[in-house]
Design a protein around this ligand. Structure first.
Ligand SMILES: [Zn+2]
Length: 433
């Protein structure tokens, strides 16, 4: 069945489009974009006053299935994504068992096909069991459907192993997603090392633990002429390294999370375990550098690092709580409120960072753009809608989110995946005819 989206403001950075257009969808594809499309008898959505963007892609999500379904499942994570405005998510391999063989990749894909409201793309591990020792069969994993490789959370410490992974990734035309952390430097730290870690009496994770590995892996990627994507950039020094590498034409891209942009280490005075994640919340100066890097293009993508945990796990002392926060349902309102509506970046730059660029980095040829023949994945946004974050309304299974109670302006109204409505806010439900 055809679907017509009328009167919306189409923002598509890939074609530098920002104007009022109608979009016609059929059989999961965009088939026409015109100032006025009249398609009688077609189901239509009045998107007056809304932004129509290519579907948002979160390239850094932890879905917990298989193995930790009490935190999240593929189905609940995908529902959270749809509500949060995401049409595609890429899931990290640190499940139980680790996604280091085609059996797990195939399981995730078949489960997603059965139960997921959005597109789910598995990221396989770089090394077997994420132990950092032996490479996985990357070609076989890609054949099974893996879209990238990462040992996120358990980053590869052995430089030779990372070098070989980059060399293989080059041959296979894929990308290594790098959680940059020197485990000897971060050791048993639980928050950013600095004034506040001393004040609060908590063990610190120095900025250098990120900077050293960013530096190492930029060098290794350059020598291998391979693509490397730096996950959740958090410190000023690492931003400078990425900026420098880009000048030298190294194939490096980088992402940033909402929490590293909008929260800082001083907040940990409450010892709220929903402020504990890895990399940790950094200093004000670091957050300022990240914002600048979003503006000047040093950082390419927004990602949530959605890391659900149960209440019980987080309801412990700060020291022993697990790292990670829930992010899929708060990211888009945060970016819209804090960056777009405050005129830090234009809406086109926001869409570029949350759709166009993730599609390019993950090599999704038919996503991240609104043009004839592209996949009918669309996110409809209301820039003026005011919301109050309520973790109890989450579609996700988990509630570990530090933004509870925040009043934000700007929210997703509808998420269309492959031409089907995966999520619709109550205000927009009436607009479908
Ligand atoms: Zn990570």
């Amino acid at each position: 069945m055809k679907l017509l989206i009328k009167n919306g403001r189409v923002v598509d950075p890939s074609s530098k489009t920002d104007k009022k257009l109608d979009v016609l969808i059929d059989k999961g594809k965009i088939i026409d974009i015109q100032p006025k499309i009249s398609a009688g008898g077609t189901k239509s959505i009045d998107a007056s006053g809304l932004v129509v963007a290519p579907g948002f892609i979160d390239m850094h999500v932890h879905l917990r299935e298989p193995g930790q379904e009490d935190k999240e499942t593929i189905a609940t994570g995908a529902r959270a994504a749809a509500r949060g405005g995401f049409t595609s998510i890429a899931c990290m391999p640190n499940t139980s068992p680790v996604n280091d063989n085609r059996g797990v990749t195939e399981y995730i894909l078949s489960e997603a096909k059965r139960n997921a409201a959005v597109n789910v793309f598995p990221i396989a591990s770089i090394t077997k069991e994420e132990k950092g020792e032996e490479l996985t069969d990357m070609a076989d994993l890609m054949d099974a459907g893996a879209v990238a490789f990462s040992d996120d959370g358990m980053p590869v410490q052995n430089s030779q192993v990372m070098r070989r992974a980059l060399e293989y990734s080059k041959i296979l035309n894929t990308v290594i997603i790098d959680h940059c952390e020197d485990k000897n430097l971060s050791a048993d730290g639980v928050m950013h090392e600095g004034y506040y870690s001393y004040l609060f009496g908590l063990r610190g994770i120095p900025a250098s633990s990120e900077e050293t590995i960013v530096s190492r892996d930029i060098i290794l990627a350059q020598k291998a002429d391979a693509a490397i994507h730096i996950a959740h950039l958090s410190v000023k020094g690492a931003v400078a390294l990425v900026k420098e590498a880009k000048k030298k034409k190294v194939k490096v891209t980088a992402e940033v999370t909402p929490h590293h942009l909008f929260l800082t280490d001083s907040l940990i005075e409450t010892y709220d375990t929903n402020l504990k994640m890895n990399p940790p919340l950094r200093s004000k100066e670091d957050a300022r550098a990240l914002k600048q890097a979003v503006k000047d293009g040093t950082i390419d993508a927004f990602a949530t690092d959605h890391a659900p945990h149960t209440l019980d796990e987080k309801d412990v002392e700060f020291d022993i709580a697990p790292f990670g926060i829930n992010g899929l349902e708060t990211a888009v309102p945060l970016f819209l409120d804090k960056l777009v509506n405050k005129n830090i970046i234009p809406i086109s730059r926001f869409v570029e960072m949350i759709s166009t660029n993730p599609a390019l980095i993950l090599r999704f040829e038919n996503k991240g753009k609104i043009c004839e023949g592209a996949d009918a994945d669309l996110t409809l946004l209301n820039l003026r809608k005011k919301i109050v974050v309520d973790v109890n309304s989450f579609k996700s299974k988990s509630r570990n989110n530090p933004f509870h109670g925040w009043e934000l302006k700007g929210a997703p109204e509808m998420t269309i995946v492959g031409g089907k409505i995966a999520f619709s806010s109550s205000s927009l439900k009436n607009m479908v005819q």
